[in-house]
Write a protein that binds this ligand. Structure first.
Ligand code: S3P
Length: 443
C-alpha cells in the first residue's frame, strides 16, 4: 500500500515569522558517501532526514558501513576507508534520487565487487548515459537499458580504471561529482571541466576530509593518491527548500520572514540573484562560514516584482528553483523569459512542461519553449486542480502560488515532498500559509 498525498491551499494570506528549513540535500548525500570512505568516525549535524538522503544512507549500510542515526539530524558514520566497502547482498534501491544514482555509479565503478542500482519510475526514466559514457571511457563496465536508463549493472573494476580529462557537455554537478569519485580509484589524474559553474560541495567536502583536489579555473582534478580523514560536518539549511519561502514572502503582500542558517554557497544562490533582479527584498544577515560553507540568515519582506529576462549564466546556480521562480514570474508585472534551461526537462519531472500545464490551468499565460518558458505575469491566478507529476518541487511551488490565487488550489500527487522536505507542510503552516494536507491510502 502506498499513500497518496494531496495539498489544498486556501487563497491569499501572507507569510510571517521565522523558520529554519531542513539540511541541504546535496551536502547530506555527500556527507554519507565521504564519511563512509573516510578513516575514523565522522559526526554529521543538520543531516536531511528525507527519503533521498536516507536512500544514500541505506545504500552505505547495505555495503557494510555502520551508521548510527539519524536522530534529530545527527548521524555518526564509522568510516571503513577508501577500500573498505563490502558487496551488498541485494541491489541498491535509490528511490527518486538522481544524486544517489549518479554519484554512486562513479564511486562503485572502481570497487572490487559488483552492484546493481535501481530506482522508482521517475528515476528509472532519467538519462544515465551522461555518467556511464565518460565512465566507460575510464574503463568502467556499466550496463544500462537500451534507452540509457537504470537499472545500472556495475561490474567493479578495482585497479583498472584510467584517468580521464573530461569536458562536460552540460553544466552538471552530478556528472562532475561522479567523475571525481571515480577518479579517486583511477590511475593518473582525472580532470573535469565545466561549461559553467555548478555546485561545488563535493570539492569543498573532499578538502574538508583532507583529500587533495586541485581547482584551476573551471577545471577540477583529483588522483587516487590520498585518503579521507574523518571530520565533523555541520550541514546548513537547504537554500533549495528555503526558496519556496523566499518566493512566498516576496509575492504575498505584507509578508515579513526570517529564514535561519541557510547555506549561501555562491554556486547555489542564483535564486536570490534572480529574485533581486525582479525587485525582491532579500537581506543577507549574520554571514558566517560553517564547516567550509558560507551560511546566513535571510530576511525577506514582500515587494512588487517585475518580469525580467533571466540571465543564462544564473541558470545552473538556480537549477532546482525554477518551479517556484515560475510562480514568482506569474506574480511579477510584465514578461519573464527563461532560456538555456533545457536541463529542466530531465529533472524529477519535465519541469518546463509540468509547470506550464499547471500554470495554464490556473489561468496564467505561460508558454513553454524547448529550453525554458515565457510567462506574462501580473494577471490573476485562479484556483483549480493541478498535479505535481510526483515531483516534490512542483508540489511545493504550486502550494506557494496559493498566496496570490483567488480561489483554492488543489495539488495532486504530493507524496514525494518527502524526498526533500518532509517538514514543508508544518513549516509552511507555522509561517501562516493556509495549507492542508490530505493523506489517502492507495494501492
Ligand atoms: C545536484 C545537482 C543538480 C541538482 C540536483 C542535485 C547535486 O543536478 O539538480 O538536485 O547534488 O549534485 P545536475 O547535476 O543534474 O544539474
Amino acid at each position: 500500500m502506498s499513500k497518496s498525498i494531496t495539498f489544498i491551499v486556501q487563497p491569499g494570506g501572507q507569510l510571517q515569522g521565522e523558520a529554519r528549513v531542513p539540511g541541504d540535500k546535496s551536502m547530506s548525500h555527500r556527507s554519507i558517501m565521504l564519511g563512509s570512505l573516510a578513516e575514523g568516525v565522522t559526526h554529521v549535524k543538520g543531516f536531511l532526514e528525507a527519503e533521498d538522503a536516507l536512500a544514500t544512507l541505506q545504500a552505505f549500510r547495505d555495503m557494510g558501513v555502520q551508521i548510527e542515526g539519524p536522530v534529530d539530524g545527527c548521524v555518526t558514520i564509522h568510516g571503513v576507508g577508501k577500500h573498505g566497502l563490502k558487496a551488498p547482498q541485494k541491489e541498491l534501491y535509490l528511490g527518486n534520487s538522481g544524486t544517489s544514482m549518479r554519484l554512486l555509479s562513479g564511486l562503485l565503478a572502481g570497487q572490487s565487487f559488483n552492484t546493481v542500482l535501481t530506482g522508482d519510475k521517475s528515476l528509472s526514466g532519467r538519462p544515465m548515459k551522461r555518467v556511464t559514457e565518460p565512465l566507460a571511457a575510464m574503463g568502467a563496465a556499466i550496463k544500462t537499458t537500451d534507452k540509457g536508463t537504470a537499472p545500472l549493472e556495475i561490474t567493479g573494476r578495482a585497479g583498472q580504471l584510467q584517468a580521464i580529462d573530461y569536458v562536460m557537455p552540460m553544466a552538471s554537478a552530478q556528472v562532475k561529482s561522479c567523475l571525481l569519485l571515480a577518479g579517486m580509484y583511477a590511475q593518473g589524474e582525472t580532470s573535469v571541466t565545466e561549461p559553467a559553474p555548478t555546485r561545488d560541495h563535493t570539492e569543498r567536502m573532499l578538502s574538508g576530509f583532507s583529500y587533495p583536489v586541485k581547482q584551476d579555473g573551471s577545471k577540477v582534478s583529483i588522483t587516487a593518491e590520498g585518503k579521507l580523514t574523518a571530520t565533523d560536518i555541520d550541514v546548513p539549511s537547504d537554500i533549495s527548500s528555503a526558496a519556496f519561502f523566499l518566493v512566498g514572502a516576496s509575492i504575498a503582500s505584507g509578508s515579513d520572514i526570517v529564514l535561519r542558517h541557510v547555506g549561501i554557497n555562491p554556486t547555489r544562490t542564483g535564486v536570490i540573484s534572480i529574485l533581486r533582479l525582479m525587485g525582491a527584498s532579500i537581506e543577507i544577515l549574520n554571514e558566517r562560514v560553517v564547516g567550509g560553507e558560507p551560511v546566513a540568515d535571510l530576511h525577506v519582506v514582500s515587494k512588487p516584482l517585475k518580469g525580467i529576462d533571466i540571465p543564462e549564466e544564473l541558470v545552473p546556480l538556480a537549477i532546482d528553483e525554477f518551479p517556484v521562480l515560475f510562480v514568482a514570474a506569474a506574480c511579477a508585472e510584465g514578461q519573464t523569459r527563461l532560456s538555456g534551461a533545457e536541463e529542466l526537462r530531465v529533472k524529477e519531472s519535465d519541469r518546463i512542461q509540468v509547470m506550464a500545464d499547471g500554470l495554464q490551468i490556473l489561468g496564467v499565460d505561460a508558454q513553454p519553449t524547448a529550453d525554458g518558458m515565457v510567462i506574462q505575469g501580473g494577471g490573476k491566478i485562479s484556483g483549480g486542480i493541478v498535479t505535481s507529476h510526483g515531483d516534490h518541487r512542483i508540489a511545493m511551488a504550486f502550494a506557494i502560488a496559493g498566496l496570490r490565487a483567488n480561489a483554492p488550489i488543489t495539488i495532486l500527487d504530493c507524496a514525494n515532498v518527502n524526498t526533500s522536505f518532509p517538514e514543508f507542510k508544518d513549516l509552511a503552516k507555522n509561517l501562516c500559509l493556509a495549507l492542508v494536507c490530505e493523506e489517502n491510502s492507495g494501492s
